[in-house]
Design a protein around this ligand. Sequence first.
Ligand SMILES: [Zn+2]
Length: 336
Amino acid sequence: MTPVHVVVAGNTNIVTVLSKNMYEKGHKPNEKGLLFRKINERLNKLDASIGRDIRCPLCWERYAPEEIESHLSFEHVPPTASAKLIGETRYKTITCKQCNSTHGSKYHSALKRFLIFQLHQSGKYDGPIRGTITTSNDELKPLKSNIVMTAHNLKVVGVPKANADYTTQEHVSTWDEIAINKAIGWSFKVNLNYGFRIEVAWSAYLQVAYLLSYILTECRYAFSKGGMELRRLIQENKMDELGPSIIVPQTIGVGGTPWIVEVTEPSNLRCLWVKIAGNIVIMPLPDDGTLSCYREWQDISRQNHFGLSPQKTNLSIVSRYVKNANDFEQCVRLSK
Ligand SMILES: [Zn+2]
């Protein structure tokens, strides 16, 4: 069924009206139904064959209005847990439940853990972090132990090789003794485990940046060469092939509203910069079907444990979707 165009009396605007029963037989559509309707209108402008359906922006499967409750779910961009950590504004779209449960939850967790890592490393996070502690002492005890570290203390919570409670207790007591004796003559190695793999975090950033581009361009990005190629990698779970794809802003943990700008010069570095979940994600321009931007940026950058650290380069940047200039400026004074 195609949308019905009606002219509202006394107003020259043409309003697109979709018949009510398409969404909720005889009822007013709920919030998800309304967003479905909005996305359907946007998709119709780009591909009229979509009819009354929408597509999941990640797997590109079609879904009918009758499937809203059974097959589709809201997707917050960035995900709520990450947005809360840094106070970033969220956008909302609809993805299918299949995508949401497969890579969705894994990526949500990787984004959050990566942000905690960044914040912790810059002294802006005092929540608990898990890890291990080992001594350099030759004696058998205490063994390498599991710890939880906070800003104020370090607590031994177990022993990896222990198979009985008393073994754990024995080692915890030994650690206590060392602590009480003020650790004279001992040295320790603490390894913190932030709970993510960097490749998974980069993939997660690419996915949320793709979703933000899809939302802010009113779905157009998903139809572009660059967008389609990224979606193929998302579907095939091959985004880690692209390598590092994020640039860390000057200030860690800036909140604000996500934005998109276009890097227009130098010509080899042309790309989109999408700021989302506290970092800047390199995204291909709509016409960059080969995703060449990643290689180019990796070539001029040093790689660190966060992502890319570009050498000093003069860039021309054109604002594309920036709500608040301050949000943008906080991030882009990168190489000064
Ligand atoms: Zn999907």
